[in-house]
Ligand binder design. Structure first.
Ligand code: NAD
Ligand code: AKB
Length: 319
């Protein structure tokens, strides 16, 4: 039987790219997008879309049966900065959505799950440089705590019920298809929009805040490669470290200035600085490389020129 895929939270930053990539591989009608809000025109026009609130477990099961879904990618969540503003809802959404999807597999309705974790699982007591796969993890944000709990549930459901769950600890992601959705690393997306529109940007993180980041095409490729890897090669069932490229606001501003010469960056750190300070500045992803052959493609230079090229097209700027 051909795989049929449901993406939950498909209208966000990752979803808008992931849906289009999966539709190319599996066929438009075999990839069902779903969210509480409509997605980009590209997603809405190219294949099926279901309005789904993931907290509604009955509706989730109805949609899974209706479309004979075999794989679920769960992207709905509150990200780090947004979750800090409503900790109860952040916890409820991030935890319940996950258990609703895990239970689909436990009950035999679906075969495979992708659920993203984050560098937010690490905390201030974690070694900051080249953070290992297995290390001290004491996250101090509601988002990070929900991701750490999620990782433990992943491993538990794999060991106890044989659920084929696959997961990546994404670094901060940078893409042009959708606006960033409430994270601490969003500055590295917003900088491009503001540089192109206004030639200036005020960063909410300080100039020397070094964080692991990744360009969206690499993140999407990592996700699909992990999901397509043979079962026995996926040796870590909690979540794999994924390194990306580590840079600071000052370094990305310098790169942007090569394309937009009068660009001006200023710094006004807010509550997100404390979150960023608790995260690693670089990550060791040797397990992903060894187990399923992960290889990064985009460095900061390539990321910057591709972002600017695509956003200029989007804003219809010709120079
Ligand atoms: P996003 O905020 O851009 O998108 C999330 C989507 O979920 C939104 O379209 C939103 O409408 C939808 N959603 C919210 N509540 C919902 C509900 N009740 N039911 C159904 N849909 C709902 O987030 P993103 O950047 O695309 O991130 C997706 C996942 O990847 C999240 O789990 C996030 O923690 C993880 N992640 C993202 C990054 C990053 O840098 N973007 C990094 C690490 C991990
Ligand atoms: C966030 O900043 O919350 C996300 C993440 C790294 O998980 N981008």
């Amino acid at each position: 039987m051909k795989d049929r895929i449901l993406i939950i939270g498909s209208s966000g930053q990752i979803g808008t790219s992931l849906v289009m990539n999966l539709r190319k591989i599996y066929g438009n009608n075999n990839v069902i997008a779903s969210d509480i809000r409509p997605s980009s025109n590209e997603v809405m026009d190219s294949g099926p879309f279901e309005e789904l609130d993931i907290l509604n477990e009955q509706l989730l099961r109805k949609i899974v049966k209706k479309h004979r879904i075999t794989q679920v990618y769960l992207l709905a969540a509150l990200l780090s900065a947004t979750a800090e503003k409503d900790i109860e809802f952040g916890w409820k959404l991030n935890i319940r959505s996950h258990s609703h999807v895990l239970d689909l597999a436990k009950d035999g309705l679906i075969k495979k799950i992708f659920w993203p974790s984050s560098i937010a699982v690490f905390g201030p007591t974690t070694p900051k440089e080249n953070t290992p796969q297995y290390t001290i993890m004491e996250p101090n944000t509601v988002y990070g705590i929900s991701k750490q709990a999620g990782e433990r549930w992943n491993e538990y459901y794999f060991n106890k019920f044989g659920v084929d769950i696959r997961s990546l600890r994404y670094p901060g992601l940078v893409g042009w298809r959708a606006k960033a959705g409430g994270g601490t690393t969003d500055y590295a997306v917003n900088i491009f929009h503001q540089a192109i529109k206004n030639k200036q940007y005020e960063s909410f993180l300080s100039e020397n805040t070094r964080l692991p980041m990744m360009y969206m095409p690499d993140a999407i490729r990592a996700t699909i490669e992990l999901m397509e890897a043979p079962f026995e090669r996926v040796k870590i069932r909690s979540s794999y470290n994924l390194a990306g490229i580590s840079f600071t606001p000052e370094e990305i501003a310098a790169e942007v200035s090569k394309h937009i010469p009068n660009f001006e960056m200023s710094y006004n750190p807010d509550f997100r600085q404390k979150i960023a300070d608790s995260w690693p500045s670089s990550v060791d992803d040797s397990h992903a490389k060894k187990d399923w052959g992960w290889k990064l493609e985009y460095d900061l230079e390539k990321l910057t020129s591709d972002m600017i090229k695509n956003l200029k097209k989007q804003y219809k700027i010709t120079v």
